[in-house]
Design a protein around this ligand. Structure first.
Ligand code: PGA
Length: 255
């Protein structure tokens, strides 16, 4: 059984101080929630402090990216073992902003997932089509390519432990979320491909979450779709009450 998975992607927001204040408040807002996996993804600078503040709570910590080498002359990069040691258990990989602004490809996504697995970090792997691709009716083909190449050579057990975030690029930060029907179609397609390519156990175990303008007032209808297992929340995760509200509503909608 997949319990809802709600992750807040803070992007390049929050200082260490702001991040710690947020987590301390979030802890009290969600203290009774045992049936939702709750994760926050601060910038690298705040990962360790957030992990310390969240210790022994029901809040997990994710980094927003990693580099696939363990160590070396790679100025500005951060490796999977470093992230793990800082206290994170998850890492976001292949966010569309990384793909669009920083040249990431399905091949680099694949290398990063392999590095995350090597350091025992769970990957939240982002996929999703641009507006032009949707208008050309290429959504499902784009998802096929991103999944096939991004998850290339992973075992069924490794895929079972992934979180895949379907994030249509046109819905990110635009206030225009996918409709429940659009999300439902994409998620069902992803699940079908996981079943075909990695088997039933992997497909049943893997969380497929939705991202793109998720808010307290649309989470219920999105998560009511049978293959939508949670959400990756950007803008609305920056406000502790709003994020707590999304967590609580996902919980009620899932029962
Ligand atoms: P948004 O971002 O909720 O602000 O649309 C989602 C994301 O980029 O993960």
């Amino acid at each position: 059984m997949r319990i809802p998975f709600i992750a807040g992607n803070w992007k390049m927001f929050k200082t260490v101080h702001e991040a710690v204040v947020f987590v301390k408040e979030l802890k009290s807002v969600v203290k009774d929630v045992a049936d939702v996996e709750i994760v926050v993804a601060p910038p690298f600078t705040a990962v360790h402090a957030v992990a310390e503040a969240a210790r022994n709570s029901n809040i997990g910590v994710a980094a927003q990216d990693l580099y696939w080498e363990r160590e070396g002359a790679f100025t500005g990069e951060v490796s999977a073992p470093m992230i793990k040691e800082a206290g994170a258990e998850y890492v976001i990989i292949g966010h569309s902003e990384r793909r669009r602004l920083f040249g990431e490809t399905d091949a680099t996504v694949n290398r990063k997932i392999v590095a995350a697995i090597g350091a025992n970090l769970a990957s939240i792997v982002c996929v999703g089509e641009s507006l032009e691709e949707r208008e050309r009716d290429e959504t499902l083909a784009v998802l096929d390519r991103q999944i096939k190449d991004g998850l290339d050579r992973l075992t069924a057990e490794q895929v079972a432990d992934l979180v895949i975030a379907y994030e249509p690029v046109w819905a990110i930060g635009t206030g225009r979320n996918a409709t429940a029907a659009q999300a439902g179609e994409a998620h069902a397609h992803i699940r079908t491909r996981l079943r075909q390519w990695f088997g039933g156990d992997a497909a049943d175990h893997c969380h497929v979450i939705y991202g793109g303008s998720v808010k307290p007032d649309n989470i219920r209808e999105l998560i009511a779709e049978p293959d939508v297992d949670g959400a990756l929340v950007g803008g609305a995760s920056l406000d502790v009450r709003g994020f707590g509200d999304i967590v609580n509503k996902s919980r009620q909608a899932a029962v």
